[in-house]
Design a protein around this ligand. Structure first.
Ligand SMILES: [Ca+2]
Length: 501
């Protein structure tokens, strides 16, 4: 009965949170973020599939907000607590000629959402504003927050803004000007028309449209595209406006290309955003698991990520729509890939899963890093019949659960443990507030490795359990002896685990 009452109270609390339009406040450092390209995920409405050509790697494939909403239980079951969706505004009417190595020339459409035609209209292939609102409501019911991707820097190659003039008869966009290495703020990124955000009328339109849509839909934050290509004073104003119009907790995650703990710090110091992408995690992990570089150097890199300014967040990922898929970069070696997943989920920051990675989605370089979500035998287009690896998904689910159960992995400090074998990496995470401690041992070698380690000062003696494989290991007089399988990791914690958050 007590359990039933507790459940009823939880349900009531969840309903209250939903009634207020958002899940209960949580730190974004505690979330696991899942990035979806809507067009490539799930088609829930064949009625909006105008121009869909699933045979074209750069074409529209029919996925939409309704389809994504229908799969939210799949994401909740995986353990995802936040969802990032691509921009949803109306896209340019016709694609661009494109070529990629080994592929016949094709037409590249705005299926990714970054080629906005009209900031005040929805892209009908993604769905309606009501569909967006429903997605957000259904996500919130499941305790999942929603980040909407927004563009402030540029329009599509064609748009309603191409010929628009200000009251002072100045054009809204710069076309084909500037070198992005030298003039990042005024250049044409990817040749796209650059919005003259230095003009109040222009930035008010774009930022105002993004904020108005966010307010109507009830989203919890923005992922901000092409951050470095917009003047800093615009971002300061953007922060003031989002806080005033969308609430003080409205989350901002900046895509500052090449961002690291160091290079993002100025934005955090000025409090322009709450978080930025750590572009270095992916390559560092891929290199380490492939035997490049010394383990102590990689371990020091992971320690360096803890220099992030308190209260701000580094988002770290293994693959993205702008970079190659990690599994393919690793030559399809799933053991090495799992090792990176384990390190991602045991490291500080906001882990980002790029849709389908959790089922070993294929594809490598653009445009195939944006291919369809694999659904196997399930009757879901466009990825119906595309093979998926359920064992990989189980691994993700387990690692996400371990992260949820251990505040040390989300917020704890980091101690790199010294040991003689270069193929192995050992670090301890400790959260002083909860007392939670986790020991991570990783082995990149093709053979199993044995380690004999001194644990950090204050580590209690007693039994530890590998939260991945279940093996029990004893800490004796502050030391541990463990065997780590080939290309795998142990995540060791005292049993029983701390209660889930
Ligand atoms: Ca559709």
């Amino acid at each position: 009965m007590a359990l039933l009452m507790a459940c009823a109270m939880l349900v009531a609390a969840a309903d209250d949170a939903h009634a207020q339009g958002a899940p209960a406040p949580r730190s974004w450092a505690d979330e696991v973020l899942y990035f979806v390209l809507i067009d490539r995920f799930a088609d829930g409405d064949p009625g909006n599939n105008a121009g869909v050509d699933r045979g074209n790697p750069g074409g529209w494939h029919g996925g939409d907000l309704k389809g994504l909403t229908q799969q939210l239980d799949e994401l909740r079951d995986l353990g995802v607590t936040a969802l990032w969706i691509n921009p949803v505004q109306m896209q340019q009417k016709r694609g661009m000629p494109a070529q990629a190595p080994g592929v016949p020339s094709f037409r590249h459409e705005g299926f990714h959402g970054y080629w906005v035609h009209d900031f005040e209209a929805m892209e009908p292939r993604f769905g309606t504003e009501a569909d967006l609102k429903e997605l957000v409501e259904q996500a919130h019911r499941r305790g999942i927050r929603v980040l909407l991707d927004v563009v402030v820097n540029h329009t599509g190659y064609t748009s309603i803004y191409a010929d628009r003039k200000t009251a002072a008869d100045e054009g809204w966009v710069r076309v084909g000007e500037g070198n992005c290495e030298v003039e990042p703020v005024t250049c044409a990124v990817g040749g796209l028309p650059d919005l003259k955000t230095e003009i109040a009328e222009v930035r008010d339109h774009v930022i105002g449209a993004n904020i108005a849509l966010a307010r109507r839909a009830g989203v919890d934050g923005f992922r901000i595209d092409t951050y470095k290509h917009v003047p800093g004073n615009v971002w300061a104003e953007h922060r003031r406006r989002t806080r005033a119009e969308l609430g003080p907790g409205f989350f901002l995650l900046a895509e500052y290309w090449g961002g690291t703990a160091q290079s993002l710090d100025g934005f955090f110091e000025r409090d322009e955003v709450d978080a930025g992408f750590d572009f270095s995690f992916k390559g560092s992990c891929e290199a380490w698991v492939q035997g490049r570089g010394r383990s102590v150097a990689y371990g020091a890199y992971l320690r360096g990520r803890h220099r992030v300014r308190p209260g701000y967040v580094l988002a770290h990922y293994l693959s993205s729509h702008d970079e190659p898929m990690a599994l393919a970069t690793l030559g399809g070696d799933k053991d090495r890939f799992r090792l990176c997943v384990a390190l991602q989920m045991t490291s500080l920051g906001l882990p980002v899963i790029y849709y389908g990675e959790e089922v070993a989605r294929g594809g490598h370089e653009w445009p195939f890093n944006r291919n369809d979500m694999p659904w196997g035998a399930r009757d879901i287009l466009p990825g119906k019949g595309v093979a998926r690896d359920e064992a990989m998904r189980d691994f993700y689910q387990r690692l996400i659960r371990i992260r949820a159960e251990h505040p040390a992995l989300r917020r704890g400090d980091y101690t790199l443990l010294t040991q003689p074998q270069d193929a192995t990496l050992a670090f301890a995470r400790h959260d002083a507030a909860s007392g939670d401690r986790v020991l991570v041992l990783a082995n990149r070698d093709e053979r199993a490795a044995s380690v004999d380690l001194a644990l950090p000062e204050g580590w209690p003696n007693g039994a530890l359990t590998d939260r991945i494989g279940g093996a029990a290991i004893e800490v004796v007089q502050g030391r541990i002896q463990a065997r780590i399988g080939a290309k795998s990791a142990l995540v060791l914690a005292a049993t029983p685990p701390k209660a889930a958050r």
